[in-house]
Design a protein around this ligand. Structure first.
Ligand SMILES: Nc1ncnc2c1ncn2[C@@H]1O[C@H](COP(=O)(O)OP(=O)(O)OP(=O)(O)O)[C@@H](O)[C@H]1O
Ligand SMILES: [Mg+2]
Length: 416
């Protein structure tokens, strides 16, 4: 026979004190254990995020592209530095600033803002440089000839290469005398800016467009953009930061893969990190890029139309070509590729008559629970905004990883 329960409850003040004390100790130990666990996994995730991208630059023909700029560029660099006052600010990011000067864009990277992940190829200095520079050289190519036999006209072209921006030049220079030197990356200016800017222009233009008009007009650009994504993936890399801001607009039918600062190889540890998983990114970073491309395209249409509620309802109902494409992609997200989505998008084109079979479509779950709290319109708006969200914050990992105290984990030193 056990003792009656009430006899286990302490009946004097001293016993209560001891029990509370034990609870406090146990609570403290559990909290400490949790904090240590979160600290370790968060530091690991941040280390993975900021570890270098492996461009395999020492394998053969890519190597010449990664050399430090030589005298061929110095004329352009001198002109840019001498006219710094005439640069117009295009934007400010977490890494530095973006300026426009004549038909060029100059992106600067302030040391200490966001850690540089890759080692610069100059063995003497053993310094790091922003991953965006080797990534841009890799995919957009340099507008300097790689060897002397190359056609000199290549050097002056502003044309994009397979949907990537060519590098006009890159160099280190101080913004003001005495300040530490910053990396500069120079690319041609695309007059159309990005998908966000294009959407806000369309939404305020005199002729208001319906989502069907916008989709019909820009679907070819979207399909072509998927071709560029395929090229990136075939080369063994993912973009990892596809969003409306980073899809640059060359013209009505050509969009460019911009902001290559997050490019990583397929098997990069970031793709299996806690930050990646907590943000609901797909296991295969290629499928993830493709899904984000579609989310960005639909976000662009939503922002471009005069009547967003009509777009939201059509998207949510899953009947229109653009929304059929989304729900089909979501149902097959894990195995999606740029090529598959492009094929589907071409077959189920905005104006295509007869509609494809419906029974294989994944249907969105209707937000019943929200309907009682909000109007149907705002419930649908929330559901659509959630479905099209591309944000990928690492605030939680930074907080648990105590970045405010210890900084971002070091991803390793460069060998001199
Ligand atoms: N070559 C270009 N032509 C036209 N606009 C450009 C070009 N490069 C950048 N921009 C504009 O500047 C904005 C910011 O550029 P980018 O995305 O490269 O840097 P960022 O977002 O500041 O960097 P990060 O995302 O790393 O903080 C883009 O969204 C785009 O509107
Ligand atoms: Mg950007």
């Amino acid at each position: 026979m056990g003792r009656p329960l009430f006899t286990l409850i302490p009946h004097n003040a001293r016993a209560w004190y001891h029990l509370r004390y034990r609870f406090a100790v146990v609570f403290f130990l559990v909290a400490l254990f949790h904090q240590q666990h979160m600290y370790i996994v968060s530091r690991w995730a941040l280390r993975a995020k900021y570890s270098p991208t492996n461009f395999n630059i020492y394998s053969g023909d890519l190597q010449p592209r990664f050399s430090i700029p030589d005298d061929q560029d110095s004329q352009l660099q001198d002109e840019l530095v001498a006219n710094r006052a005439a640069w117009k600010v295009l934007g400010k990011g977490c890494e530095g600033k973006v300026f426009a000067y004549k038909d060029l864009v100059i992106k600067t990277y302030t040391p200490g803002r966001s850690p540089f992940r890759n080692c610069a190829p100059d063995a003497a200095t053993a310094t790091k440089w922003p991953t965006e520079i080797p990534a841009s050289l890799h995919f957009g190519g340099s507008s300097r000839p790689v060897d002397v036999s190359e056609d000199a006209s290549v050097r002056t072209t502003n044309a994009t290469y397979q949907g990537f921006l060519p590098v006009k030049t890159y160099f280190m220079a101080s913004t003001t005398p005495g300040d530490p030197a910053e990396w500069h990356l120079v690319t041609p200016l695309l007059k159309g800016s990005n998908l966000n800017a294009l959407a806000s222009y369309l939404s305020t233009s005199a002729e208001a467009s319906t989502f069907r008009d916008v989709d019909a007009l820009y679907r070819p650009a979207f399909n072509r953009f998927l071709g560029s994504m395929q090229a990136l993936h075939d080369a063994g890399f993912c973009h990892d930061d596809i969003k409306t801001d980073n899809i640059f607009v060359q013209d009505e039918s050509h969009w460019v893969v911009g902001d290559l600062g997050n490019v990583r190889e397929l098997l990069h540890p970031y793709h299996s990190s806690r930050i990646w998983k907590e943000n609901g990114q797909l296991g295969d970073c290629r499928a993830n890029d493709v899904f984000r491309t579609l989310q960005s395209y639909l976000k662009f249409i939503q922002l471009a139309v005069a009547d967003q509620d009509t777009f939201n309802m059509a998207f949510y109902e899953g009947e229109e070509p653009m929304s059929r494409l989304f729900w089909w992609t979501l149902a097959n997200a894990q195995s999606m590729s740029a090529e598959k989505l492009r094929e589907r998008s071409i077959t189920d084109y905005p104006d295509a008559a007869p509609r494809l079979e419906h029974n294989s479509f994944f249907r969105p779950t209707r937000p019943h629970t929200l309907l009682s709290l909000f109007s149907r319109q705002s419930a649908v708006r929330r559901a659509v905004d959630e479905a099209l969200a591309t944000r990928m914050p690492d605030k939680k990992a930074r907080w648990w990883g105590m970045v405010w105290l210890f900084g971002v984990p070091d991803s390793g030193h460069c060998e001199a």
